[in-house]
Design a protein around this ligand. Structure first.
Ligand code: SAH
Ligand code: SF4
Ligand code: F3S
Length: 459
């Protein structure tokens, strides 16, 4: 089949892997390419430009990229047979970590661009159009990146906003300090300008993003005197923007959870009662070997302090099982920590050996079946906690922000303050509004509720 229509614009397909920061970056890449005539397509078939925005965090994540590239190679050849070009770009953390390997293994890739260099995509595209050589751009230029990004277009009532990038913590299992570079904070004025622009387009909830979001620090806004601000002050400041009703932030590190931020969680109503605070393991020996810089007791103490400031807060976490040297009794300590904290939700993973990280070279790597068994036990416990947290909402009336239409006719999907999905019968006109919903039941992955009429809510 040949398409004889004159092409008005060019089509762009972006596939995003990994964390929310990559979701944000993909959105910004699309925004950057729009003035060049690229509009987003739903599938890679026939696209003029395909970008894979990749993740390097675990071995499986990185492998997916190469299998996807294999499929794209065929699509590129199909398009070439029609006399047209498909350019392929690999962006994100695999690009940063394995740039030269990608160009060696997949010669048909046109551009490799790291997470701190994607603002240069327009130039790279121009270069790719001129020659067929490999283009590799993996400098760290965070400040320049944010300065060069185009105006933001909102895509619904919620939005991510990157305020901090990179990591100086060097946990011994993790690639992020190498793929994202050193910790950098954006300045208050740039963040406020982006938040205002989002609010003006109807965004009601912003999620501030950073690999170590609570390490964010910056001088006060232009014209204001005083000491550097931390995340608590930033959240209080953003809460003053008209239209922004909810503020979240992720991911926090226990070492940077300061009193100013805890106080803000207790006092600022627009800050949602949900905190993702990864701990990874419950044994001090393992925590030390992971270079986390805190003990299990310190973490549990922090949780207690946060709960006394905001009693209803939902705590979420990340866990790694089978880190090198983790014994059966170390693992029991992880289970004990989970029991002590009582999580509303959590992510848990088998340790994955990442090239170039200290953990990969450590002795006493844990056997795969052992990791499987520990992961299953941990996940069963976390799942019980998640279900009971969800069950505890039944009968309560929660403010829900309506984010999208549901799968069923007349159904809308929103979020509770605790980040649970809530299914409600409601009209599409509710999109973007926050309304009280009485929770009546739970499904495996969501809450179900009914809209409370104004007079009932007041009663
Ligand atoms: N900056 C955040 C998140 C980093 S990556 C933080 O410090 O918490 C997200 C999660 O992936 C981590 O919290 C960790 O649980 C997991 N992870 C990172 N490296 C891993 C590895 N090598 N194997 C398995 N899980 C890993
Ligand atoms: Fe990785 Fe640790 Fe940094 Fe988080 S704090 S990004 S887990 S090195
Ligand atoms: Fe993955 Fe990079 Fe995010 S490695 S988790 S995409 S910071």
């Amino acid at each position: 089949m040949t398409d004889t229509r004159q092409k008005q614009g060019k089509s762009l397909f972006i596939r995003t892997y990994g964390c929310q920061m990559n979701v944000y970056d993909s959105e910004r890449m699309a925004g950057l390419l729009k003035p060049l005539g690229y509009s987003l397509a739903d599938a890679p078939d026939g696209a003029d430009l395909v970008i894979l925005n990749t993740c390097h965090i675990r071995e499986k994540a990185a492998e997916k990229v190469y299998s996807e590239l294999g499929r794209l190679k065929k699509l590129k050849a199909d398009k070439a047979r029609q006399g047209e070009a498909m350019k392929i770009a690999v962006a994100g953390c695999v690009a940063q970590a394995e740039g030269p390997e990608i160009t060696a293994r997949a010669g048909y890739v046109d551009m490799v661009v790291g997470p701190q260099a994607y603002h240069r995509l327009p130039e790279l595209l121009a270069r790719a159009a001129r020659d067929d050589g490999d283009i590799l751009e993996t400098d760290f230029a965070v400040d320049e990146k944010f300065d060069r990004l185009a105006e933001r277009e909102a895509e619904g009532p919620t939005a991510f906003l990157t305020i901090q990038e990179g990591c100086d913590k060097f946990c011994t299992f993790c690639v992020v300090p190498y793929t994202r570079g050193a910790e950098v904070s954006r300045n208050v004025d740039a963040i406020v300008a982006e938040a205002r622009a989002l609010a003006a387009q109807g965004v009601r909830e912003i999620t501030l993003l950073g690999q170590n979001v609570n390490a964010w620090a910056s001088p006060p806004p232009a014209g204001e005197a005083g000491d550097a601000w931390g995340l608590g002050e930033l959240c209080r400041h953003l809460a003053k923007i008209d239209g922004i009703e909810r503020i979240r932030f992720t991911t926090s590190h226990p070492r940077d959870m300061d009193d100013g931020l805890i106080a803000a969680l207790g006092e600022e109503e627009k800050l949602m009662p949900y905190l993702h605070l990864p701990v990874q393991a419950g044994s001090d020996r393992v925590l030390k070997s992971m270079n986390r810089g805190h003990t299990a007791e310190h973490y549990i103490g922090l949780i207690e302090k946060i709960r006394s400031a905001r009693p209803d807060i939902a705590i979420s976490g990340d866990f790694i099982v089978g880190f090198p040297g983790e014994t059966a009794s170390d693992f029991e300590e992880t289970l004990a920590l989970v029991e002590a904290v009582d999580y509303s939700s959590a992510y848990s993973f088998k340790y994955s050996r990442r090239p170039g990280t200290p953990g990969a070279a450590m002795p006493k790597q844990v056997a795969e079946p052992e990791k499987d068994e520990r992961l299953a036990r941990l996940q069963a416990l976390l799942e019980r906690q998640r279900q009971s947290f969800n069950e505890a909402q039944i009968g309560k009336t929660l403010p829900v922000l309506f984010e999208k239409t549901g799968r069923h006719e007349g159904q809308m999907v929103g979020r509770s303050p605790y980040l649970q999905s809530v299914h409600v019968s409601a009209s599409q006109s509710m999109l973007g509004s926050i309304a009280p919903v009485k929770i009546e039941g739970i499904t495996p992955n969501a809450l179900a509720g009914v809209l409370v009429k104004d007079n009932e809510a007041a009663a």
